[in-house]
Design a binder for this molecule. Structure first.
Ligand code: NAD
Length: 507
């Protein structure tokens, strides 16, 4: 870790144990904090300066095997049959233990994925809420007593855990996406092996320490770290793993699905999106301009639900473009730690290269650059991985920039004639995560919520989310749903139990 990062942000100095960049991170295997078996480590890169910091252990195949076997043993030796109230109490204790760390964890995340403070400060409080919510769900969970159609039979169902769950998470919301996998899985009685993104391992390894402090038995939660193509693959392929819950890119998700299918293991996938944000001429246009910008520029566009296809009704498009361009040109790019910053760098060098390549493709395909286009440099931006907030017009729904998930601050504007045209364009995509609808016409709004083939629809807002609502989508978004009142279901099986009261047997 370079001392210059410490010095640059005097208003947010790296201080205290969590923010000590020289802090030692360890993986968690079978209740022990360990280094990677081969002694290999990886560093993180601060997207605002390009400086590397930290030392994070990398798991070997043997480490992965030990972690899965520890989870299997902990499952078989008793965690699965502990009482719901015991598991709930541990989750609540964990939530209490992380209460004071919200600000430090936000800063830690910023130093890995470069997001602005408002995009990271929700993660610890959300994690706490998910722990409490999962605890409440399992305490209130039940099976059914069924009116059997067979005389003299008592028939009922119980919900039971699946076994060893592997949870693989992305870099764009590392703690939040982990919480909504890990806590419902634990509450339901599974044991878990976690692998965070190699871009953002720190919060997950920190949480491992809190998990042990809360008193979870050895092996119930294990954390291994390292690249997806080695550590992630080894986990998914491990024969003792019963279920994989994955949030990340579509290509990775499809590979995981194939490997799991090969041994009939179950999986939950939360993958990419190319979500339409649809502005009708009946919209409050000022609010809709804000909504379009919120959709595509929040988190510098690195959101699975980013409103990256901006559908504008033809009758208002010229006026809308003028206002949109003016508002975008006034956006503040800069230091993620400065509360006035609206657009911060993208999360990594690789992400920067990917986003810039899509900008080039759009330009080669003949798109018109309404605003932005290219890497942003200049005072206050240093060597940061900044992309200019970019909007392309003169594209169709078949242009590459309208088909592929770019995961950066790049929006494609497509004009539509009327409601039917908007629905046709919106649903013409491989993905199906989310959609925004901007209109003051209440009947139109309700019709659109029914006609859009997406897991989430927002009317007159964008990117709302809360743990009492399910999250996920259709098609290449993967079909999984997390959170909501059914948050435990991906981690449970239903068992049918028949008690015979004396029926004759055929033999
Ligand atoms: P990614 O697929 O590159 O990596 C995600 C995780 O998978 C990382 O931990 C990585 O190490 C691991 N991984 C990579 N290759 C693997 C393999 N072959 N086997 C097993 N694990 C492997 O995705 P990312 O770049 O970290 O995240 C961005 C993607 O995540 C975007 O596509 C975004 O839309 C998606 N995402 C979806 C949601 C959702 O809820 N639908 C939420 C957040 C992010």
């Amino acid at each position: 870790m370079t001392a210059s990062i410490k010095a640059e942000h005097v208003s947010n100095p790296w201080q205290g144990e969590i923010l000590n960049p020289d802090r030692t991170y360890r993986m968690l295997i079978d209740g022990q904090f360990v280094e990677g078996g081969a002694g290999e480590t990886l560093s993180c890169e601060y997207p605002y300066t390009g400086e590397t910091w930290g030392s994070f252990p990398v798991a070997t195949h043997e480490d992965v095997d030990r972690a899965v076997r520890a989870a299997r043993r902990a499952y078989d030796e008793g965690w699965s049959s502990t009482s719901a109230s015991y598991r709930a109490s541990l989750l609540r204790k964990l939530s209490d233990l992380i209460d004071g760390d919200a600000k430090d964890i936000s800063l830690l995340e910023i130093h890995q994925n470069g997001k602005v403070l408002s995009e990271t400060s929700w993660e610890v409080p959300y994690t706490q809420m998910v722990a409490h919510y999962s605890a409440g769900l399992i305490e209130a969970d039940y099976g059914h007593t069924v009116n059997s159609m067979i005389p003299d039979v008592v028939a009922y169902t119980v919900r039971e855990p699946l076994g060893v769950v592997v949870a693989i998470t992305p870099w764009n919301g590392p703690l939040g996406s982990l919480a909504q996998k890990l806590f419902p899985a634990l509450a339901a009685g599974n044991t878990v092996v976690v692998k965070p993104s190699e871009v953002t391992p720190a919060e997950t390894l920190w949480l491992g320490e809190k998990i042990m402090e809360a008193g979870f038995p050895a092996g119930v939660v294990n954390i291994v770290n390292g690249p997806g193509i080695t550590v992630g693959r080894a986990l998914v392929a491990h024969p003792l793993v019963d279920h994989v819950t994955f949030t990340g890119g579509t290509a990775t998700g499809l590979e995981i699905a194939q490997i799991c299918a090969g041994r009939a293991a179950t999986y939950t996938l939360e993958l990419g999106g190319k979500s339409p944000n649809i502005v009708f001429d009946s919209a409050d246009l000022d609010r809709a301009v804000s909504g379009v910008m919120t959709g595509i520029f929040s988190a510098s566009g690195q959101s699975c639900a980013a409103g990256s296809r901006i559908l504008i009704q033809e009758s208002i498009s010229d006026e809308f473009f003028d206002t949109l361009a003016t508002r975008i040109n006034a956006l503040r790019l800069g230091d993620p730690l400065d509360p006035a910053t609206q657009i911060s760098p993208v999360a990594s060098r690789a992400q920067l290269a990917k986003v810039l390549s899509y900008i080039e493709i759009a330009q080669k395909e003949g798109a018109t650059t309404l605003v932005g286009g290219g890497r942003a440099t200049g005072p206050g931006l240093g060597d940061g991985f900044f992309v200019k907030p970019t909007i392309f017009t003169n594209v169709t729904n078949d242009s590459t920039v309208s088909r592929d998930e770019i995961f950066g601050p790049v929006g494609a504007v497509i004009r539509f004639k009327d409601e039917d045209d908007a629905v046709r364009i919106a649903n013409d995509t491989r993905f199906g995560l989310a959609a925004g609808v901007w209109t003051e016409n209440i009947a139109l709004a309700h019709r659109m919520t029914r006609r859009l083939h997406t897991g989430i629809v927002w009317v007159n807002n964008y990117r709302l989310g809360e743990l009492v609502m399910p999250w996920g989508g259709y098609g290449m978004t993967g079909g999984g749903r997390e959170m909501g009142v059914e948050a435990l279901r991906p981690y449970q099986g239903t068992k049918a139990i028949y008690i015979d009261l004396g029926n004759p047997l055929p033999f």
